[in-house]
Design a protein around this ligand. Structure first.
Ligand code: PEP
Length: 260
């Protein structure tokens, strides 16, 4: 049973002062929903690394989970500017986004670096939200599946972790991120089904069945329900629309009405 997961990626936005009102508003909204947060569905908030401590103090006991937006490949060492996955764990942060398209395309993180970060996350008991997705040029050239498959290949050497630990994949077409143009439910479902099929043949049947595949890219309160109706869409990674508690809460609410 894959319970829905909703992750908010704040990117480099919001002030520390905005954390408390946001969490108060979100959690009072979530309390009114049917189903139990943490049991029937999960909500992860990934603020900037500078906000994790303050966010951790505010979300305690509310059923919300804390995520980071990236992590280093190892627990410690001479890696200026990197964030230790071990320290994230110590901060009660249990999720981490890895391979986000902004890391791949703006900061030129390679598949090898992303594989290292995934390993660092797993070895320190963090649950990765592993992002994959094609650019518009790649889609137009008919390369969506080959690009996504190329990104998925890093998982092959991590099979033990993938079998024994919790983690999720986020399909985020680069052309849909922050553009206001979401993938259609059919476009998203096609790629999600492809990813699950790939996982079945290259990882294992049980891993493919249990692994949640989130969709990300311009998800909003008014387009999430049709996306959520797709059989292989198990939740969302939300950027822009997660910055307001109202719109993120509405995405969770409208999605939960479809399937729990
Ligand atoms: C993201 O950056 O992960 C994302 C999905 O952004 P947005 O929702 O703004 O498209």
């Amino acid at each position: 049973m894959r319970i829905p997961l909703f992750a908010a990626n704040w990117k480099m936005n919001q002030s520390i002062g905005e954390i408390s009102p946001y969490i108060e508003a979100l959690s009072s909204r979530l309390q009114k929903f049917p189903g139990q947060l943490g049991k029937n569905y999960q909500v992860v908030i990934a603020p900037p690394a500078t906000h994790l401590q303050a966010m951790g103090a505010v979300i305690g006991g509310k059923g919300l989970e804390l995520g980071a937006q990236n992590c280093g490949h190892t627990a410690s060492g001479a890696f200026t500017g990197e964030i230790s996955p071990k320290t994230l764990q110590e901060m009660q942060c249990n999720w981490v986004i890895v391979g986000h398209s902004e890391r791949r395309h703006i900061y030129l993180e390679t598949d090898a670096m992303i594989q290292g970060r995934l390993r660092g996350a797993f070895e320190n008991q963090l649950k990765p939200i592993f992002c994959v997705g094609e650019t518009l040029a790649e889609r137009k050239a008919g390369k969506t599946e080959s690009v996504v498959e190329g990104q998925l290949l890093v998982l092959k050497e991590l099979k033990n972790h993938l079998t024994n630990q919790d983690w999720v994949i986020a399909y985020e077409p680069v052309w849909a991120i922050g553009t206001g143009e979401n993938a259609s439910p059919q476009q998203a479902q096609e790629v999600h089904a492809f990813i699950r099929k790939w996982a079945k043949s290259h990882l294992s049947g049980p891993v493919a069945e249990k692994t949640r595949i989130l969709y990300g890219g311009s998800v909003k309160p008014d387009n999430c329900a049709d996306l959520k109706r797709q059989p292989d869409i198990d939740g969302f990674l939300v950027g822009g629309a997660s910055l307001q508690a109202d719109s993120f809460g509405a995405i969770v609410e409208n999605s939960l009405k479809i399937r729990s």
